[in-house]
Design a protein around this ligand. Structure first.
Ligand code: CA
Length: 225
């Protein structure tokens, strides 16, 4: 699970990253509000730990703009302030939870667990797009009566594309989400798996295709047969 940390006090940001990595999260820190918003909107993160007092743009503004852009990524606000008005402003801006500094590592981890679990409350057993269904248990991709099994990485790439519906997904996003930030994989790996998936979509006779948008990435589209 990938966590974004937005905190301008570098010692604290680095300490939070170490706490998260110690708990087996992938964590990355950025140090100002503008970079925080850009990273949060990249779609590469499962949750954001967000300081309120930031250079560039406040944490409140970051989360407000994230929500306005349609991002539902859970946000845990870190605030040095503890007045009720600040808490209300934080939650009104679209944050999911807040924590007052200073805090214990255990509290940070407990709140993150709650946030990421809450998001998983809706248990889906399949994803659908156009005429295809992807079974999240068996990893079978089906169209009508035809189905084909997807390998581990094929399944993950397809899940990302299908969860993004008809939005464009960049190769970088796919790399981060499927292979993780530190992986040796390259954009060639993404291209290879997209090519396998195209063959499998054709094999089950689907009208759905993975379209390449030059310089941008991939998108699922339905074509008339
Ligand atoms: Ca700060």
């Amino acid at each position: 699970m990938n966590i974004l940390v937005v905190e301008d006090e570098r010692n604290l940001a680095d300490a939070i990253v170490r706490i998260l990595e110690g708990a087996s999260y992938n964590a990355e820190a950025v140090y100002d509000g503008t970079s925080g918003l850009r990273s949060a909107l990249s779609g590469a993160y499962d949750a954001v730990v967000l300081d309120v007092m930031l250079p560039g743009m406040s944490g409140y503004d970051v989360v407000h703009k994230m929500r306005r852009e349609g991002s539902a990524t859970p946000v845990l606000l870190l605030t040095a302030r503890s007045s009720t008005a600040d808490k209300v402003e934080g939650l009104d801006s679209g944050a999911d939870d807040y924590m007052t500094k200073p805090f214990e590592a255990a509290e940070l981890l407990a709140r993150l667990r709650a946030l990421t679990r809450r998001r998983g409350d809706v248990v889906l057993d399949e994803l659908t797009f156009g005429d295809i269904r992807l079974d999240l248990e068996t990893h079978d991709l089906s169209c009508g009566e035809s189905s084909v099994h997807l390998s581990g990485k094929e399944f993950e790439v397809m899940s990302v594309l299908m969860s993004s519906s008809a939005r464009v997904v960049s190769k970088q996003d796919l790399l981060l989400k499927v292979w993780g930030a530190d992986a040796e994989a390259s954009e060639n790996s993404v291209e290879a798996y997209v090519s396998f998936l195209r063959k499998k979509l054709a094999h089950v006779g689907s009208a759905v295709q993975i379209t390449t948008l030059r310089m941008l990435g991939y998108r699922l589209e339905t074509f008339e047969r």
